[in-house]
Write a protein that binds this ligand. Structure first.
Ligand code: GLN
Length: 196
């Protein structure tokens, strides 16, 4: 609609890989802003939860008064992209997490943290993602989780070694890999253009 202001896309910037998500979103012409507190969260129409360390991001959500407002926005259907630690935070169940780590429960996934091993077990793989078409999407996996179970309402958009690595439900898109590191904007474009 002419004159209507574009939807702002927030990137949760408490810890982890926020900057490259912000640049990818800006490259797509999106109004992208860092989210560090409740007022910034209230102002965005879509949100990216980046990779990093899910236990630390969980603690910082509490320290920055974001846990409850974020849960509320997610329950209202806030379109959200979670990558790696972001997926862990959005999942309904975390195996090998810290006892005090919060689950946002926005997508019906059971995930196991650090399931491929330590930092040296990080790897890259070209993924076939039908919704993105050709060529394959270069996936960068850094201390990634494994999806042990995806619930009935979850659509698996890509798999690697028989495990889901990209999933979506009605408002959440979640990857075990880091799409902001591949120099390929297709996943961010899908997230920004998707009608949730
Ligand atoms: N292993 C991290 C965690 O548990 C996730 C790693 C990442 O986001 N690259 O949160």
């Amino acid at each position: 609609m002419p004159g209507e202001s574009p939807v702002k896309v927030g990137v949760l910037a408490l810890q982890g890989a926020a900057d490259l998500h912000l640049s990818a979103l800006k490259e797509l012409g999106t109004a992208a802003v860092a989210v560090r507190g409740p007022r910034e969260l209230a102002d965005v129409g879509r949100l990216v939860i980046p990779g990093g360390e899910s236990t630390t991001i969980s603690k910082m959500l509490v320290a920055n008064d974001l846990l409850t407002p974020l849960k509320e926005r997610l329950a209202e259907g806030l379109p959200t992209l979670g990558t790696c630690a972001g997926m862990i935070l959005l999942a309904s169940e975390v195996v090998d997490g810290r006892k005090d780590q919060h689950c946002l429960g926005a997508i019906d996934l059971k995930v196991r943290r650090n399931a491929y091993g330590t930092q040296v077990d990080s790897f890259e793989a070209d993924l076939s993602v039908a919704v993105l078409g050709a060529p394959r999407f270069h996936g960068v996996f850094i201390r990634s989780p494994i999806v042990e179970h995806a619930g009935a309402g979850v659509e698996v958009l890509a798999s690697f070694q028989g495990r889901a690595v990209l999933c979506r439900n009605s408002n959440v898109l979640a990857s075990t890999f880091h799409p902001e590191l591949s120099g390929d904007l297709r996943l961010h474009r899908l997230f920004c253009e998707e009608e949730f």
